[in-house]
Design a protein around this ligand. Structure first.
Ligand SMILES: NC(=O)C1=CN([C@@H]2O[C@H](COP(=O)(O)OP(=O)(O)OC[C@H]3O[C@@H](n4cnc5c(N)ncnc54)[C@H](O)[C@@H]3O)[C@@H](O)[C@H]2O)C=CC1
Ligand SMILES: O=C(CO)COP(=O)(O)O
Length: 332
């Protein structure tokens, strides 16, 4: 298939950056913004002031508020916050033809149903071809044309390769894979783990503790991925370890910066006050915790973060609890 046009659903920071990168890859892009003010801002100034200020967008990117305008696109990138994925896809369903590749670019687990985004797509637009794009990629960097590499997964590896080819640009490198579950779990869980790393940073617990949280957090990602039927090898790649390392290492991450604020003594309400952008780790933590319990998988760091966010424990008590767990073999 020769992809010429791409529709991007959701003009937050990441949808806007992906529109920019897809345009750089040579695709004719239509970006759908939910808010009229965002569509107007891009149309009038070529800048998404609300979600991606300071980056001038390619003149070829068309912007719309109407999902119907994406009906004829060769491929779709779906980029709403994870908790809004179901409603967003349901609204787009009437315009999705059979066999349309829909690339899920959001990172989270649906609260209530505990479903992955791939399950949500299968339930809302079963006739679409499901793909996942995930990896270490800060929107502001990608939009500015800085290099990045991601995982592009589709159960049909040929399709994954074709989508990777269509979306790859001079500095944007999608590596392809056929494990859509493994491609998703890392992104969803690392957001919760980045909150833990932020807390470690905010409490000035040192680089050693930081490295320990990343490594033991990665073990939690591997266990959940396996339990869900994903391939643990997938999460050793960009969509898992790569994204975990990025998000846990930079206050540019909304999730890590939430943890930083908590570690410095702010309440959850104070840390989130006035924020229009999404911290998916906060949104997904209860679902990730519940899913892990349901799967019978031990995820002590995720448990600790979820308990702190829910106000069930304090930061200090959660740290104490983690440090006093019984010793165990490293590889269990
Ligand atoms: N920002 C980044 O660097 C990256 C973000 N992502 C993922 O992309 C997804 C979207 O995040 P961002 O683009 O950063 O969002 P953002 O935080 O920049 O913007 C919030 C977005 O939420 C949308 N929104 C608010 N209420 C909504 C509703 N009721 N229904 C549908 N959409 C609604 C807004 O229209 C806006 O697009 C998240 O899952 C995030 O984890 C993935 C990689 C990088
Ligand atoms: O997913 C991201 C980078 O890959 C963005 O992380 P934050 O949502 O924490 O900013």
């Amino acid at each position: 298939m020769n992809f010429k046009t791409a529709g991007v659903i959701g003009a937050g920071a990441w949808g806007t950056a992906l529109a920019q990168s897809a345009a750089a890859a040579g695709l004719q892009v239509t970006l759908q913004a939910r808010e009229a003010e965002v569509a107007d801002s891009i149309r009038n100034t070529r800048i998404n002031e609300a979600f991606l200020p300071g980056v001038e967008l390619d003149a070829s990117i068309a912007v719309t508020s109407d999902l119907a305008d994406l009906a004829g696109c060769d491929l779709i990138l779906a980029v709403p916050p994870a908790q809004h994925m179901r409603a967003t896809l349901a609204a787009f369903a009437p315009y999705a033809r059979a066999g349309l590749p829909i690339v899920l670019c959001s990172k989270g687990i649906e609260r209530g149903s505990l479903k992955l985004m791939t399950d949500v797509l299968a339930e809302t637009i079963p006739h679409a071809v499901t793909a996942v794009l995930s990896g270490p990629s800060f929107a502001a960097e990608v939009a500015r044309g800085l290099p990045s590499a991601v995982t592009l997964a589709c159960a049909d590896l040929d399709m994954a390769e074709k989508l990777a080819g269509a979306l790859s640009g001079p500095v944007f490198r999608p590596y392809y894979a056929d494990d859509i579950i493994g491609a998703e779990t890392g992104g969803a869980l690392k957001n919760v783990l980045a909150i833990a790393c932020g807390i470690v940073e905010g409490r000035e617990m040192g680089r050693s503790a930081h490295a320990a949280v990343i490594t033991r957090g990665f073990a939690e990602i591997v266990r959940v991925t396996e339990a869900l039927g994903g391939n643990p090898a997938t999460v050793t790649g960009l969509c898992g370890l790569g994204d975990l390392v990025l998000t846990c290492s930079s206050p540019q991450s909304r999730n890590m910066s939430l943890g930083l604020a908590l570690g410095q003594g702010q309440t959850v309400e104070q840390a989130l006050a006035g924020k229009r952008s999404v911290a998916e780790g906060y949104e997904s933590a209860p679902a990730v915790r519940e899913l892990s319990r349901k799967l019978g998988v031990e995820t002590p760091i995720i448990e600790a973060v979820a308990a702190v966010l829910a106000g069930e424990t304090t930061v200090d008590a959660a740290i104490e609890n983690l440090l006093t767990r019984p010793l165990k073999p490293e590889r269990e």
